[in-house]
Design a protein around this ligand. Structure first.
Ligand SMILES: [Zn+2]
Length: 235
């Protein structure tokens, strides 16, 4: 099984690994920094031995497949050097952590716990909520409350639990059932003092790294599906 270096240290951008399988365009490694798309966060891009990595996917087995331009010169058993596009990844981390702050604020200050979707890109993040009313005023108060909470400097910590621990934690269980993100590992992301939920993504260490967010759009997608799209004020 691939070791997930992006969980051990989300700030690691270069790594060495051993090739465990290869074909014309795909590589399996014993460990990797490349985050595979999932949970609303897109996959990392970068290079392996200087060759572009275009996509990264996680198989049901948990194994991570790197899809390259080609795999010329790479052989099974070889040690390779991997390098992720850090600018892109760091923005994705800040946006993903921001989504969890928004989520915590929606629950705490607006009483909205049910999500209808999440989509993060390098430029923006879109989140859907099961709520009745979302107009410009509500959108503005969400933005200012989120920015206030970000500026409080909450630590962000990930922790591996067992499913038994998850299922015996009533708060976590409720949250899990109401989330849209499909999570298949009992990993908990804690924004200390704000929000605690299952999550497989990569995150910053403190909310201060997010900086301020700006909601650029709010949409009404139906009676109980309201969406906000936000960007980082300082990308
Ligand atoms: Zn998440």
């Amino acid at each position: 099984m691939t070791r997930y270096l992006f969980w051990q240290d989300s700030y690691m951008r270069d790594f060495e690994a051993t090739v465990t399988e290869k074909n014309e365009k795909e590589l399996l490694l014993d460990q990797t920094c490349f985050y595979p798309s999932g949970g609303g966060q897109p996959s990392d891009t970068g290079t392996i031995n200087g060759i572009r990595v275009n996509d990264v996917i996680k198989l049901d087995s948990g194994e991570i497949v790197h899809i390259l331009e080609n795999t010329a010169g790479i052989e099974k058993g070889m040690t390779i050097n991997g390098n992720i596009d850090w600018g892109r990844r760091y923005r994705l981390m800040r946006l993903h952590s921001a989504c969890h702050v928004v989520s915590g604020v929606m629950a705490k200050s607006f009483g909205v716990r049910k999500h209808t979707g999440i989509q993060i890109s390098e430029e923006s993040a879109r989140m859907g909520f099961d709520m009745q009313k979302l107009d410009s005023d509500v959108s503005e108060s969400i933005e200012s409350e989120v920015n206030k909470v970000i500026s409080e400097g909450h630590s962000i910590v990930a922790e591996m639990l067992t499913w038994a621990q998850v299922n015996s934690d009533p708060a976590l269980k409720t949250v899990t059932e109401e989330r849209y993100e499909k999570i298949d590992v009992p990993r908990v992301l804690d924004i200390v003092g704000l929000d605690r939920q299952l999550d497989g993504g990569t995150h910053v260490r403190n909310t201060l790294e997010i900086g301020r967010i700006k909601i650029i759009r709010h949409e009404n997608k139906g009676k109980s599906d309201k969406r906000v799209t936000f960007v980082l004020e300082n990308p």
